[in-house]
Design a binder for this molecule. Sequence first.
Ligand code: CMC
Length: 390
Amino acid sequence: TGLTSLDYGFVNTAATRSAITYIDGDAGILRYRGYPIEQVAQNSTFLEVAWLLIHGELPSASELSEFDDKIRRHTLLHEDLKRFFSALPHDAHPMSVLSSAVSALSTFYQDSLSVHDPEQVELSTIRLLAKLPVIAAYAHKKSVGQAFLYPDNSLSFVDNFLRLNFGTMAEPYEVNPVLSKALERLLILHEDHEQNASTSTVRLVGSTQANLFASVSAGINALYGPLHGGANEAVLDMLASIRDSGESVQKFVERVKRKEEGVKLMGFGHRVYKNFDPRARLVKESADEVLTALGIHDPLLDIAKELEEVALADDYFIERRLYPNVDFYTGVIYKAMGFPTRMFTVLFAIGRLPGWIAHWREMIADPATKIGRPQQLYVGSPERSWPAER
Ligand code: CMC
């Protein structure tokens, strides 16, 4: 068949060229379009980085303000799409609501099917960036039984999102600048991470020339799993269960090392990083800053820090080169901001959206792109005859 290698989990196979993000997992380096993540996170806004990822260069002041304006103008959801939420159970997981609603965008914007028309692609890009946070906030509002607010387009991307989540019809909502700044930073840290499972999914679906909404909806579903974006929710559940059971951190780590059924140190380990995940360092700093600024003392943060300390000194983790990843400390911050645990992976999805879009566009524009179609090694029965009588 010409098949030369079997590579479970694509550990050794490059499926594409890409000029978007560089990672050196041994050295713990992450760069967006050449810029080190530490500098990006210090000096930028979410939309500025989105433009950088999608277009390859930093936007000029006028490009950025035009981009921002367009996104503000596309935040409204069609009333029919708003009714879509009422067809779903109130206790639906917001990630399922998010992927379903994004998939439904294709039904409202059928012009998005022209994947080789740059103007349509740009319009789908703007629509997705504008509407995903609104869909996410409505998924949250639905889960807590509150009315949906209209977006307030005088507010920035992040402030608008905070208001849609935490504002009510009853009283005006004052954005807390500490929350706004911290959330913007977290979203920036999630914007891209080269060929991770969800981005590869977006590329694979997009390689069939499925439109941007269909491809991103598939990416959201890939992100949902606990080994990928769902880890941020799983970390908080793990910390809460250690707190509630009264089990010591040491004992919990022993169970992880014995590989007890279903017990892993969530938020640790990474396919690519065999060193500190540079995002994890930045998130840990933010966790301390945000909780201090809000005057919150959360025992879950203490448990997380103790877990990190115990694991980093333990041979099991040292030999396997397992370090905290980006998901280890994010949940503690999202919790302090007031988001329910089930919204955590949704926040990851909003952060990752520019990366998914940038990769989909890079893939569509690359003349070398072919439909993704992995090979298999057949291990089933050789040819046999269907029985004459059964
Ligand atoms: N806790 C305990 N043991 C672990 C962990 C962990 N979190 N991660 C890896 N190991 C062990 C694993 O059991 C294996 O041991 P052995 O060699 O004895 O069989 C060894 O380390 C190598 O692990 P692997 O499963 O072969 O590594 P992988 O590259 O296939 O998986 C991973 C990477 C991220 C799925 C995995 O480390 C994991 O499940 N981590 C927990 C979930 C998590 O935090 N995911 C978030 C990833 S980062 C951001 C994102 O994508 O959302």
